[in-house]
Design a protein around this ligand. Structure first.
Ligand SMILES: [Zn+2]
Length: 411
């Protein structure tokens, strides 16, 4: 017999208390990253839950000797992910989420509390509410004794907040996630709409060297600051050119559709007002739209720098963040079905939009797998001091994920 919408709703109704309780337990484990605290404890919570549910799962550890390279801010703390699946068959839909959270504004944020239908705490929206959606979508479908004509797989990973190299990227690189997935649903907070693309980023610092000298003997020094402003000026001209490029994709807000170059988010140097500065630096944060390739972005910046190097200016650069822009077409079955289901559950058709920040879905898209974000909570609340998630949004999202999986994997 086919599972019906009513059956799914009834199953979710019976699980409501457990869903809130489990989400609260996740929030109360401070999986703060950096550096990546208490990861072992939350992985234990997942593994106990999955085993109780009777689901196949596996824990994948990052080898000790690779921790320094894959998690440079991780203070050598252990890192592991959980992968698993339910159902059989070639067609596969994947549910993905990360379990690390950004540092809290106060320790209070790790004492979750419910008020006015909202669950408050660090990670409520980003994204322990989303992880509850994944786990309870599986539990709901199992409870309804749903027969899927395919596999529903999932992954819970660390380190999204610091780039995901030791988390999702490691799983994909090491072959722990199937490459033939039809699509990925990632329940990061999306405010009721669907995020089907994200901007790329290339962030680095530019360092200039000079020779120190006391102001009285300034002629013996080489002023690193003066070299820096020459180069920064050229980058400012480039910024104006870059800002002329706008994406054709929908952004929220619409004014965020420009390609950007942020100069001097951090800058500094020198040792004192009366000493010729022997060092100066500024940061460059380049955010680019899916129409631009990361190789071209690099080349454009590199050309400016090499011009000044040829002029004899010594320049060093250090990249600390790098990721391509990505986009999943709205015509993909994943997008179409999700959008229909959201419309029927919420009574309002969602919009598709491009997220101005870097998202983990890019790792899937880079390997050719369509991936979108739809999850409970608001993007703008995600890292804030009063982070919360609407409890009803979690329930609705479970219904949406269960129905989308049913549609994609043929009832
Ligand atoms: Zn997140």
């Amino acid at each position: 017999m086919e599972t019906t919408v009513k059956q799914i709703r009834d199953c979710i109704n019976e699980l409501k208390d457990e869903i809130v309780e489990f989400t609260s337990r996740m929030i109360s484990i401070p999986t703060v990253n950096p550096p990546g605290k208490n990861y072992g404890e939350i992985v234990r919570l997942f593994s106990e839950k999955l085993s109780r549910m009777g689901i196949d799962w596996q824990e994948i550890h990052v080898p000790k000797e690779r921790l320094g390279e894959l998690a440079p801010k991780g203070e050598d703390l252990p890192r592991s992910s959980i992968v698993g699946h339910w159902g059989e068959g070639e067609k596969e839909v994947h549910l993905h989420g990360h379990y690390d959270v950004v540092p809290a504004a106060s320790a209070e944020q790790f004492h979750p509390r419910v008020s006015n239908g909202r669950l408050y705490g660090r990670g409520a929206a980003d994204m322990k509410g989303g992880l509850a959606v994944i786990l309870f979508t599986l539990q709901t479908l199992m409870k309804c004794e749903t027969k899927l004509n395919g596999t529903l797989s999932f992954s819970f990973t660390p380190d999204e907040e610091t780039g995901g190299t030791a988390g999702l990227k490691y799983l994909l690189d090491e072959g722990h996630i199937n490459r033939n997935i039809m699509g990925v649903l990632d329940p990061e907070p999306s405010g009721g709409d669907i995020i089907n693309g994200s901007r790329g980023a290339l962030s680095f610092d530019v360092v200039f060297k000079g020779r120190p000298s006391h102001v009285m003997l300034q002629h013996l020094g080489v002023n690193a600051f003066e070299k820096m402003i020459e180069v920064a000026d050229a980058f400012k001209v480039l910024r104006q050119e870059i800002e002329g490029r706008r994406t054709a994709y929908r952004t929220k807000p619409p004014e965020a559709n420009r390609s950007t170059l942020l100069l001097g988010g951090l800058s500094g140097g020198g040792t004192n007002f009366n000493i010729v500065p022997d060092r100066a630096f500024f940061t460059v944060d380049r955010r680019f739209n899916p129409e631009e390739k990361i190789e071209d972005v690099k080349k454009e910046l590199e050309e400016r720098l090499s011009f000044f190097r040829q002029e004899g200016i010594e320049i060093e650069t250090h990249v600390f963040q790098e990721g391509s822009a990505s986009y999943t077409n709205e015509d993909e079955p994943l997008c179409q079905i999700l959008s229909q289901v959201v419309g029927s559950v919420k009574g309002r058709k969602p919009e598709f939009f491009l997220c101005p920040g870097l998202l983990e879905t890019r790792f899937f898209v880079e390997t050719g797998i369509p991936a979108v974000i739809f999850g409970p909570g608001l993007l703008e609340e995600a890292h804030g001091p009063n982070e919360f998630v609407s409890i009803d949004d979690i329930f609705d999202c479970i219904e949406i994920f269960a129905l989308t999986a049913l549609e994609l994997l043929g009832r």
